[in-house]
Design a protein around this ligand. Structure first.
Ligand SMILES: [Zn+2]
Length: 64
């Protein structure tokens, strides 16, 4: 209960926090514009990773 959990943003965005830490961070998040901004930027990362994985899917449905 010392410092504000600013540093948890990345872990939160990636879903790495425990449920307890998750709740603590969410309580902080609603009051912290800095973390909201950073989370918005980080939130794009998992989506980007998914897109990359989809594009790299092996060739399976070859016609013929
Ligand atoms: Zn913060």
């Amino acid at each position: 209960m010392s410092s504000p959990p600013h540093h948890e943003v990345a872990a939160y965005a990636l879903g790495l926090l425990d449920q307890e830490d998750n709740e603590v961070f969410e309580r902080h998040l609603v009051e912290c514009v800095d973390c909201q901004t950073e989370l918005t930027e980080l939130a794009d990362v998992p989506d980007l990773l998914d897109e990359v994985r989809n594009k790299r899917s092996p060739i399976e449905g070859r016609p013929g």
